[in-house]
Design a protein around this ligand. Structure first.
Ligand code: AQP
Length: 334
């Protein structure tokens, strides 16, 4: 069986689930990178993945639009990149179902998220099946290489396995993606608890989480209160001094310096914090302003997303059409 049944393209697909208000970590680890890789790239606000655990519809609607606005505000150009909302392209759900008909319960039961959050009588069925939806997200766009960090590799492995199985059972249909190591990104840590990743699903009032939409005074306050250590030495040592190292990494990521170099110009922790706060405010403030403009003109934002969805559907529907035909679906719609 060939692993590349179709001439694939080196497309990029990435996305963010609107399960919380985006953080500085999302900006440095994702949105800023999206901006630097736009041609033949698909960036999705993965709102269907936000339905696998209890959620409120109103905040989900708002976060979906706000996340899309942040994609554009961070520099995604609708003439170059395809930016869309997952639920606007029905092929995702339909192919997700077809893949559920190929995936095994054994392999879905081994997924880390399900093992950690699922397995209870009232666990939503979608928390069990969502890896098939994620496989559909990947396979629809015929990406050959999928760059992933450690915690995502299990999903791409599953997408590979179901694609290979589908192709074997029903004939060459999908490009089988290869895992590519994502370029190492600084992992932004929670300012109040540097043992933890800065995470968008943290509680709204989490003191150590900088949100992309925080106002400058809030950003400054959170950074000034960041947990450091008592020894006062300005040394980059992520194991022994994780709080200080986190600040140096943030500053370095924003100034294009290595963390040790970024912190070297400062003698006192307070000075490093002020420099870090200035750099974060300089980066995020224009993004927040552009976001607010876009959110103030819902028609423009909706039009941008409609354009993205149409472009995404042109690609996705072709793949879905092949899968429908291969698996034996007939009817009025081909
Ligand atoms: N702290 C971080 N540092 C660097 N990059 C990060 N990313 C996330 N957090 C950091 C990158 O952002 C993209 C989306 O990842 P995610 O959806 O896993 O974001 P999250 O904030 O970590 O979300 P949660 O809190 O785990 O919420 P759920 O699981 O509910 O969506 C990725 O490119 C990631 O690398």
């Amino acid at each position: 069986m060939t692993t590349h049944p179709l001439p694939g393209r080196d497309r990029l697909l990435s996305g963010i689930t609107p399960s919380g208000s985006l953080t500085l970590g999302n900006y440095l680890g994702a949105l800023r990178r999206f901006r630097d890789a736009q041609d033949d790239a698909f960036y999705v606000v993965a709102n269907l993945h936000a339905l696998t655990t209890a959620h409120d519809p109103t905040p989900l609607r708002e976060r979906t639009m706000s996340t899309a606005a942040l994609f554009f505000a961070s520099g995604l150009d609708p003439d170059r990149a395809t930016v869309f909302v997952q639920s606007d392209v029905p092929a995702h759900v339909e192919l997700g179902y077809l893949l559920e008909c190929v995936a095994y319960v054994g392999e879905l039961g081994r997924m880390i998220q399900f093992k950690e959050k699922g397995g209870q009588p009232r666990t939503r069925a979608s928390l069990f099946t969502y890896p098939c939806l994620m496989a559909a997200d990947i396979l629809l766009y015929e990406a050959v290489r999928v760059p992933v960090g450690g915690d995502q590799s299990q999903h791409v492995e599953l997408a590979r396995d179901v694609a290979i199985r589908f192709n074997g059972l029903y004939g060459p249909t999908f490009v089988v993606p290869e895992l590519a190591a994502a370029p190492a990104a600084a992992r932004v840590r929670d300012l109040a608890d540097p043992a933890r990743k800065m995470s968008k699903s943290a509680p709204d009032d989490a003191a150590g989480v900088i949100r992309m939409l925080d106002r400058p005074d809030v950003i400054r306050r959170k950074i000034q209160r960041a947990v450091t250590d008592g020894d006062g030495r300005m040394v980059y040592d992520p194991d022994a001094k994780p709080g200080l190292a986190n600040l140096a990494e943030i500053l370095g990521a924003l100034t294009g310096q290595a963390p040790a170099e970024a912190m070297s110009g400062y003698g006192r922790y307070g000075d490093l914090k002020s420099a870090c706060a200035d750099a974060v405010v300089d980066a995020l403030d224009p993004v927040r302003r552009r976001h607010d403009q876009l959110m103030g003109d819902v028609d423009e934002l909706t039009a941008l997303l409609a354009r993205g969805a149409q472009r995404a559907a042109e690609v996705a529907d072709r793949t879905l059409g092949r899968a429908r035909a291969a698996i034996g679906l007939v009817g009025a719609r081909r």
